[in-house]
Design a protein around this ligand. Sequence first.
Ligand code: KIV
Ligand code: ZN
Length: 496
Amino acid sequence: MKNRIFIFDTTLRDGEQVPGCQLNTVEKIEVAKNLENLGVDIIEAGFPISSPGDLKSVQEITKVIKKPVIAALSRAIKGDIDAAVESLKFAKRKRIHTFISSSDIHIIHQFKSTREKITEQAVEAIKYAKKYAEDVEFSAMDAGRTENKFLAYFIAQAIKAGATTVNIPDTTGYCLPSEFGAKIKYLFNNVPGIEDVIVAVHCHNDLGMATANSIAAVQNGARQLEVTVNGVGERAGNTALEEVVMVLKTREDLNTETNINTQRIYPISRLVSGLMKMPVQANKAIVGRNAFAHSSGIHQNGILKNRLTYEIISPQEVGIKESSLALTARSGRAALAHHLKRLGFKTTPQKLDQIYQQFLVVADKKKEINDNDLRMLMGQSASETGAKIVSIEVTGGFPAKPHATVTLSIKNKIITQKADGNGPVNAAFLAIDKIIKKENKLEEYLVQAVTRGIDDFAKVHVQIDYKGVVYYGLGVDTDVIVASVKAYLDVLNKLK
Ligand code: KIV
Ligand code: ZN
């Protein structure tokens, strides 16, 4: 029988602690509903003592969420626990999660206390929380840097006091996977009563080892993983939900199962990234935009023969429609032929050879070859290949109302449209939407400085959802508005 691993999501607590990522109550409820549909077992909805708004949000979440347990965080202090109790009063299934540090670094320098006093405080807090909830989780903060012998004693006292889940956080992301796995094993061998509770781990990613440490813990008996969507969280973040879930699913030899519907992973990643205004790095495992994009000729050739050659997960398994084969100067004939076929062009091996040589010349100049470039290579004229900028004029600033006038050339026709917006980029995009009527949802808009300095180029990346398929566009210019419009047209010109 497989070992069931419980997924405890703390996107709304540890994840939301990040500056600039705060969500309002309505947004938190939307994330919570999506977490419920994803199948997480526990949602840590907030830290109610931190603000009346946070307490209220936890309460509102408990009113709409039915299946997962809702946890509220509290320090090992009565007032904190009272706030957690108040926030959970409507919950169908509730958990009080209380914590205090166990490492000497924290006990001496932060708490200016002793191991004995901290243990007493932990025990008292757990007993107090037990008056209000049967389900009490206790976390030994900075357990990763806590001496194992004391940690075993500390956890044993927490279990005796009534904790039903004991959490071993690697709060500073310091542990090596072998060391963290050995710590969990040590606790299983040295803590009386540990087999009667759930052992959880909560790893941070300061050295990029959060996922590896969580998996090492599972291999040594941990049964609850504390995670966030996209790995958002304090500093370098928490363990990424999508990573551990897909490790457990992909590596069947671990003999574990979760309740996660993995096809909902990508949609919730986009949702959280959008609401928290936190872009996902392109090469992020599982959910980054390059996670299923193959660019070298050898890899593309392999994928076209059998996707198992270079893909250990199918994109559909995590809710992504399809893998992509980017056309760059590193691509081979196989990928070029694949894309030409997709666009409806018929080629002979000789013709492909000839087009491939021209393709390499263009690809050396342009970073990525798009469908319009391919059409041009196949002899269609520029006027047949999508929209081009003729002129853009925008006004903005304060208190002026942002406005744009955009003129495009499409198949030799010149079309002008005007629009107001909430900013000049928005106004320009709305004007374009009036010209190119392809209703879509802008999922991501990202501006990056290419080099440094005030005379820099802006590189704009846009991502849109059109009829359920995600498309990307890029634009570069010294003018951020022009770069934005180029990126938007780049993506619109790709729509099928
Ligand atoms: O990182 C940490 O130790 C925490 C605890 C509150 C569980 O977030
Ligand atoms: Zn944390």
